[in-house]
Design a protein around this ligand. Structure first.
Ligand code: FAD
Length: 342
């Protein structure tokens, strides 16, 4: 029997993008605890997944900041409030148990919070899956679309498909740490990744730490007893290779989908969650707020700084629900300070 750990907190936040992360800080100022769930295995939302190395110019106080750096800063800002994280899991369903909402993830984890913030951006970033037979059969039995716990794979025979930053970063990581050389398979001759990473890949190939299959793709997979054994790879000249593999990471990027949140009974408008912007971005379900790119109201702008504003007001809405008898006065951080910072 599988036993799942129960997590209990004040605010359950769906989405570790910039808006979800900033909500942790604002909640911390009001002594509310948060736990974040994200289907992606590292925090940052679109900024980490789509444009980590691009500069952003419209964050107040930063004339220019790289998207990846902004996420690092937001994590540091949230750190004194010790948020919990459930990463690599999708929030699938919820029910009300007494004063708590209980969310169940696609992996069966159950989390309870008095309030839910949906900061799901464009929706959950789902992996783009190659259309090959048996792919579902071996998912999580040798085929992994996210690298959730890298050290668990170090003694495996690893193959990685893809030509973007994520595929190359993990190929470099595993080539350096695994005793077996890594197979990197990419359907084109050139990569779409950072030049430094591309140079490193060719160095690792030279050093015998990595086998590179360019202009090639995986056409079939083979395994037995729920265990992956090998991949068949074909190049443009129709030459076929059989690669012994017990762990294959097809890293072809992520596609945003509203997914299960669309069935939660929330009022929706064109794939976004309708909120009341005169009432702290609350949804039609009391205790559930939607902030950032995922919400819609008249005049909505999908900008990070607008999401920060929405998160701040939603926290004040959450406080009223969690502590209905207490009155909270706004205190400047310059006056109250933040424990954990000098
Ligand atoms: C190329 C590009 C450039 C941009 N440049 C700028 C700019 O210069 N300035 C600016 O202000 N904005 C910019 N944006 C927009 C900005 O990135 C978004 O406004 C911002 O990311 C919204 O943040 P968020 O936290 O609401 O959502 P996101 O960043 O989308 O994060 C949402 C997270 O929620 C997770 N999630 C969703 N549903 C679930 C679920 N059911 N279970 C678990 N996890 C879930 C997703 O996996 C994701 O990680 C840009 C966007 C792009 C694509």
């Amino acid at each position: 029997m599988q036993i799942f750990k129960m997590i209990k907190t004040d605010i359950l936040i769906i989405g570790a993008g910039p808006v979800g992360l900033f909500a942790v800080f604002e909640a911390g100022l009001m002594k509310l605890r948060c736990h974040i769930i994200d289907i992606v295995s590292s925090p940052g939302g679109q900024l980490t997944e789509l444009y980590p190395k691009k500069p952003i110019y419209d964050i107040p106080g930063y004339p220019k900041i790289l998207a990846g750096k902004l996420i690092e800063n937001l994590l540091e800002q949230a750190k004194p409030f010790k948020p919990g994280f459930t990463l690599g899991e999708r929030a699938d369903s919820f029910k009300k148990i007494g004063e708590f909402f209980e969310i169940t993830t696609n992996m069966g984890t159950k989390l309870q919070g008095k309030v839910i913030f949906i900061a799901g951006g464009l929706g959950s970033m789902e992996p783009r899956k190659p259309k090959i037979s048996l792919i579902d059969k071996f998912e999580r039995k040798g085929i992994e679309f996210y690298v959730k716990n890298p050290d668990a794979y170090l003694d495996k025979k690893i193959s990685i498909s893809g030509g973007g930053d994520s595929a190359l970063d993990w190929a470099i990581y595993f080539s350096k740490k695994c005793k077996n050389p890594i197979n990197l398979i990419h359907r084109s001759k050139s990569f779409r990744a950072n030049k430094d990473s591309v140079d490193k890949i060719f160095e690792l190939k030279k050093g015998g730490k990595l086998n590179l299959y360019l202009d090639s793709e995986v056409v079939s997979i083979d395994g037995e007893n729920d265990h992956l054994n090998s991949l068949s790879v074909k190049d443009r000249n129709e030459t076929k290779y059989k690669l012994d593999t017990d762990c294959w990471f097809p890293l072809f990027g992520l596609v945003p989908k509203l997914g299960p949140l669309g069935n939660w009974g929330l009022d929706l408008e064109r794939n976004a969650i309708k909120v009341d912007n005169t009432n702290n971005y609350s949804t039609n379900i009391k205790g559930i707020f939607a902030i950032g790119d995922i919400n819609t109201y008249e005049g909505k702008l999908k900008l990070i700084l607008c999401g920060f504003h929405e998160a701040t007001l939603a926290v004040h809405g959450a406080y009223k629900i969690i502590h209905p008898d207490k009155k909270k006065n706004l205190k400047y951080t310059t006056i109250q300070g933040v424990t954990g910072f000098d």
